[in-house]
Design a protein around this ligand. Structure first.
Ligand code: NAD
Length: 249
């Protein structure tokens, strides 16, 4: 049966890819804080044959959260994310706060917003897009790592609170994913370090990933499809790690 899926930060990258994958079977709402970007993505998807709704939604905006709580959502995908890289001593306090607001407080508040209708319908699936940085750290990413670690604690807590209903909450944790953003970083790093793009991939990006491959967006979409499907109804509070062996170190 078609479910109503709400995806945050879905006008690009992983969120956009998951939206396309789920649009074949479900009624998907892509959302993002930028109205122009979310509309453009909706039009692009429509031309590619994927029909989705578009909604302006900033995960930190109280009015948007209130509007979400008035909708009936079956599947919530907390995907919106941002990055900032700096050693802790130089990390601007407002940037630290912003990363936590978008990637930890945001998912907690969207979860709070959708739970009333999920409980009424006795059905709900919540997926957080975490990261390998939900489990391990990299230097200079203190806010990102803290927010992504926090998602696992959030999922464990909510899973216990909603266990009496057919509602699950899990966190998908990828290593580096093959997105436009990551591809652009490769070009930039090659210029900064004066090395080839192949060396950036091998020596920097995939240094910690023994399988030496980026995670494909489709692998994440397939994992989400499994977690929202019937065989995963007793899988809750878990971290699903797609890291090419990173955390085996
Ligand atoms: P992306 O930049 O393409 O997507 C992030 C989206 O979040 C953007 O569309 C942006 O507009 C949106 N966003 C930012 N702030 C927002 C806010 N306040 N409200 C609503 N939307 C907001 O990057 P991506 O790689 O597709 O990242 C998606 C998720 O995957 C993020 O949570 C990221 O941390 C996670 N992730 C990415 C990688 C990777 O290698 N790309 C690896 C691990 C985890």
């Amino acid at each position: 049966m078609k479910k109503k899926v709400f995806i945050t930060g879905a006008s690009s990258g992983i969120g956009e890819g998951i939206a396309k994958h789920l649009a074949k079977d479900h009624k998907v709402i892509i959302s993002d804080f930028s109205e122009s970007r979310v509309k453009q993505t909706q039009e692009k998807m429509s031309k590619q044959g994927f029909q989705v709704e578009a909604q302006v939604f900033d995960v930190t905006n109280e009015a948007h959260l209130q509007a979400l709580s008035e909708q009936s959502i079956d599947i919530l995908i907390n995907n919106a994310g941002i990055q900032y890289v700096s050693k802790i001593e130089d990390f601007p306090a407002e940037k630290w706060q912003q990363l936590i607001d978008v990637m930890l407080v945001g998912p907690a508040m969207t979860t709070r917003a959708v739970l009333r209708s999920m409980k009424q319908n006795n059905f709900g699936r919540i997926i957080n897009i975490g990261s390998v940085h939900s489990l391990v750290a990299s230097a200079y990413k203190s806010a990102y790592v803290s927010a992504k670690h926090g998602l696992i604690g959030l999922a464990k807590t909510v899973a216990l609170e909603v266990a009496a209903s057919d509602i699950t909450i899990n966190t998908v944790c990828p290593g580096y994913v093959d997105t436009d953003m990551v591809r652009n970083q490769i070009k930039q790093q090659a210029e900064v370090h004066q090395i080839s793009e192949a060396e950036v991939i091998d020596k920097i990006m995939l240094k910690n990933m023994p399988k030496k491959q980026f995670i494909e967006i489709l692998e994440l979409a397939g994992t989400v499809e499994f977690l929202i499907g019937p065989y995963a109804k007793n899988i809750t509070a878990q971290a699903f790690v797609l890291d090419g062996g990173w955390t085996a170190h």
